[in-house]
Ligand binder design. Structure first.
Ligand SMILES: Nc1nc2c(c(=O)[nH]1)N[C@H]1C(S)=C(S)[C@@H](COP(=O)(O)O)O[C@H]1N2
Ligand SMILES: [Mo]
Length: 329
């Protein structure tokens, strides 16, 4: 079933129109090979989609984004307006301010994009992201996103189960963990020129967590491609964990036997654990985790709600049976 971007906007009619034009343009620019082609080409791109124009973008990619399957995930949730999800971000490669990624990420070159797969898997090597997308039936899933800073947002993501992608590489029985790395390119990502993070940003999951159907290999939002500030062209979304596990702009996947080092759990191990499951019973030293500010909100309407265990995704509980989640936070 086709997704219509318009359904997400809470804004006035004129803004709705602008938004969908913006999103469609982004999508076409993406499939045509990036912003370098310029806005002037977009008209041709539309025509090319219908006819056999030699400029035709890879049709598989176009159809993947045009045939996004609606799912029941989050059908009862109210998604944040696109502008909120795309302007209040954590992406330290572009600065520490919530507005920095939106202001600074627009030049990030996301096509072509390759992912290097290494370690305990039969099929390793360098894979073109477009080839993975073309052969995927993209789904829309509306997930709650809970940051460890005690704010949250509902976002309609586009992608597939991470398991579907990981299985293609045929991990071996020694693959107990899967590790991910963000692009390292200080010229494009000015935040990488300094700060206390040992770049690139690193994250990992236990293999059974990564294979849980909720974990998502995400290539879009609001019915189109990801905004750069949200981790284009590909990121994880692991909705039962604090947001920092959902690593953005992934260029490396490594299957391995031992638990790898990850950015936040290395930087401040007493504050950020490897598991980082959303847990209202384990407070962060600087933030209570019992509640969260659901965005959008404001000073007058802070919109504070109770935080739920596993961010409300109780179906993952069996992954942790027998584990003391106060110790393995
Ligand atoms: N590479 C990278 N990935 C990252 C981050 C980051 O700084 N760099 N921030 C994380 C944090 S703390 C959160 S809350 C989410 C924010 O995702 P969003 O901006 O799409 O809401 O991205 C996560 N992924
Ligand atoms: Mo976060």
């Amino acid at each position: 079933m086709l997704i219509r971007n318009k359904k997400y906007s809470d804004c006035s009619e004129s803004e709705v129109t602008d938004e969908s034009i913006y999103l469609n343009r982004r999508q076409l620019m993406k499939v045509m090979g990036g912003g370098a082609l310029g806005v002037g080409v977009i008209g041709n791109a539309s025509a090319a989609l219908q006819g056999g124009n030699p400029l035709s973008p890879p049709l598989g990619l176009v159809s993947a984004y045009q045939n996004i399957i609606e799912t029941s995930y989050g059908a009862d949730e109210k998604a944040a307006p696109y502008d909120v999800a795309a302007s209040y971000n954590n992406f330290y490669e572009f600065g520490y301010g919530k507005g920095d990624p939106k202001d600074r990420a627009s030049q990030l070159k996301t096509t072509p994009w390759t992912i290097t797969v290494e370690g305990e898997a039969a099929k390793t090597g360098v894979f073109d992201l477009d080839d993975i997308i073309k052969t995927s039936a993209l789904e829309e899933r509306i997930y709650r996103h809970r940051c460890v800073e005690a704010w949250s947002m509902v976002i309609p993501w586009v992608g597939v189960s991470l398991a579907d992608v990981l299985k293609r590489f045929e991990p071996t029985s020694k693959a107990k963990y899967v590790y991910f790395e963000t692009l390292y390119d200080p010229e494009q990502m000015p935040g990488q020129k300094g700060g206390s993070i040992d770049w690139p940003y690193r994250e990992a999951l236990r293999i059974d967590e990564a294979m849980h159907p909720l974990a998502m290999f995400t290539v879009g939002m609001y019915g189109s491609v990801l905004a750069n500030q949200n981790g284009a062209p590909v990121r994880l979304v692991v909705p039962w964990k604090y947001g920092f596990k959902s690593i953005k702009s992934i260029v490396k996947i490594h299957f391995l036997e031992a638990m790898p080092k990850t950015t936040w759990s290395t930087l401040a191990p007493s504050e950020y654990g490897f598991y980082a499951n959303v847990n209202p019973n384990v407070d962060h030293p600087r933030w209570t985790q019992k509640q969260e500010r659901r965005l959008p909100g404001g000073l007058l309407f802070p919109n504070v709600i109770e935080t739920k265990m596993f961010n409300g995704y109780e179906e993952v509980a069996s992954l942790y049976s027998g584990m003391d989640l106060k110790r393995f936070y």
